[in-house]
Write a protein that binds this ligand. Structure first.
Ligand SMILES: Cc1cc2nc3c(=O)[nH]c(=O)nc-3n(C[C@H](O)[C@H](O)[C@H](O)COP(=O)(O)OP(=O)(O)OC[C@H]3O[C@@H](n4cnc5c(N)ncnc54)[C@H](O)[C@@H]3O)c2cc1C
Length: 446
């Protein structure tokens, strides 16, 4: 099999949202060359295989890349659709990245070997041809977060032949109405499946929702979560983790699906008030832990068994779209590993890492600015979710060059108000707030 050769400054593994956000900043802030390699045939990562009716669940204005507005950018209530997102990344790749003359895009290629200090090998998944890539500066791993959507893997539980289990992608392909539906999973994908069924007119009595853990949901309609830091500083009066959560709930920053059930999880899923009202129409909610097996007449869960029927369609919505990867240094000799610097906000995190890469400084300084965080999982993580967003802005404000760039950026300014964060008193207030939240968490076990 022939071997091609290529020399670039950066090899970027993955043309998903993180790889694209990183490449976009390098194109506008440096004169570096790069190869962007992805197994998929089109840019956009998991969006290329997601269900047709998926939308962003955070506002479009916090998503995408820095150089290009997203469709539905204005207002927090507008969420770009899958086709808008795919079109956005396709145009970005063609019109900005490749058009710069400095980006070589290799779709349908797998990165077989990419170790700092020696040529990387990537291979076409169509012809089998290898390309050897000499990387002058760094290999950028934009695949570390390992996002999984249901279409990418088999369900993690047994399914009897006589039972019907489908992925959420297959929901839109139904060609006859089943007797009932059971949605398995309570994350963003499970919520999407429930809302889609209700919007299509299903009677909630024909719907069962298996909810392994109730989660706090971000109230998307509220400006507070994205606005200034002043209201969050009011949390300083709280003397326990629970008290902070109570204040967040009282101010409707976060909401719960069921008024009678205290959520134990938090995974950054969002709803608006209309969606919440829809979800509350579902009364058949099963809280018996995770599904172990789906049979023709029963579903076995960690905590018991529920009846089902052969005519029920079970929808698998259990994949992990927001992984909690162990943090590692973002900058290492010859390598960059893209990770969340702001909880749940992966594209802005990748853009910041790229901007920091372009600034003068050593890797110790870069890693200090770009310390990775773990995406939230439990209700307690609400405290660090809000504290880290503010703390990062104050940390970044200490580099005047970075701060100027952030203040003019398309999708980072709105995450937390930056107006006063270049003032030392404002920074001190934010650092105090972050350490106070950390102390509350530590005092209660971690
Ligand atoms: C349904 C869903 C909705 C979401 N909505 C939002 C939202 O509204 N707002 C938000 O901020 N976040 C959202 N997220 C979080 C989401 O994880 C990120 O926004 C982002 O899309 C993740 O992008 P990524 O580049 O890290 O990963 P991916 O999209 O998984 O991209 C990684 C790419 O790397 C490629 N790759 C991996 N290994 C190799 C290899 N060896 N060789 C070649 N290519 C390789 C893969 O093919 C893939 O294309 C959502 C997640 C899901 C699942």
């Amino acid at each position: 099999m022939p071997t091609n050769a290529l020399t670039v400054d950066y090899l970027i593994i993955g043309a998903g949202a993180m790889g694209m956000a990183f490449a976009d900043v390098l194109v506008s802030e440096s004169d570096s060359t790069m190869a962007v390699v992805d197994r998929h045939d089109t840019p956009g990562g998991h969006w290329t295989v997601s269900y047709p009716f998926v939308r962003l669940h955070g506002p479009s204005k916090f998503y995408g890349v820095n150089s290009r507005p997203m469709p539905s950018d204005e207002g927090t209530g507008k969420l770009a659709s899958r086709s808008e997102i795919l079109d956005y990344y396709d145009r970005l790749m063609r019109e900005t990245l490749v058009a710069s003359g400095r980006v070589t895009y290799l779709p349908k290629h797998n990165v077989d070997v990419a170790e700092p200090g020696r040529p990387a090998t990537v291979r076409s998944l169509v012809t089998g041809e290898a390309t050897e890539i000499v990387v002058r500066k760094r290999v950028v791993d934009a695949s570390y977060m390992n996002i999984t959507v249901p279409a990418m893997r088999r369900a993690g539980f047994g399914v009897e032949d006589a039972a019907t289990l489908i992925t959420i992608n297959q929901l839109a392909e139904l060609d006859r109405a089943p007797e009932r539906f059971t949605v398995i999973g309570a994350g963003k994908t499970g919520i999407d499946a429930c809302l889609w069924l209700l919007e299509r007119g299903i009677d909630p009595d024909r719907l069962t929702w298996i909810v392994p853990r109730d989660a706090w949901l971000i109230n998307r309609g509220l400006e507070w979560q994205s606005g200034g830091f002043q209201p969050l500083l009011n949390l300083l009066a709280c003397t326990s983790v629970d008290a902070v959560i109570r204040v967040l709930e009282k101010n409707r920053v976060v909401v719960r699906r069921d008024p009678d059930v205290e959520p134990s999880a938090f995974r950054c899923a969002t709803v608006d008030t209309g969606e919440l009202a829809q979800l509350r129409r579902i009364k058949n909610v099963v809280r018996l832990g995770r599904v172990r097996a789906v049979g023709a007449t029963s579903v076995t869960l960690d905590g018991g068994t529920i009846p089902t029927t052969p005519g029920t369609v079970h929808i698998d919505c259990t994949a992990d779209g927001l992984t909690q990867k162990p943090p590692k240094p973002v900058f290492e000799a010859g390598a960059i590993t893209l990770q969340p610097l702001l909880p749940c906000l992966l594209p802005p995190s990748a853009a910041v890492a790229a901007r920091v890469e372009c600034l003068d400084g050593d890797d110790e300084w870069r890693n200090e600015l770009c310390a990775p965080v773990v995406n939230p999982g439990s209700a307690r993580d609400l405290l660090s979710f809000y504290a880290i967003r503010l703390e990062r802005m104050a940390r970044w404000a200490r580099s005047p060059e970075l701060f100027t760039w952030l203040a003019g950026s398309r999708f980072i300014t709105g995450i937390a108000a930056l107006e006063r964060l270049d003032e030392p008193e404002a920074q001190t207030a934010v650092f105090f707030f972050a350490s106070r939240m950390a102390d509350l968490l530590k005092a209660e076990g971690g």
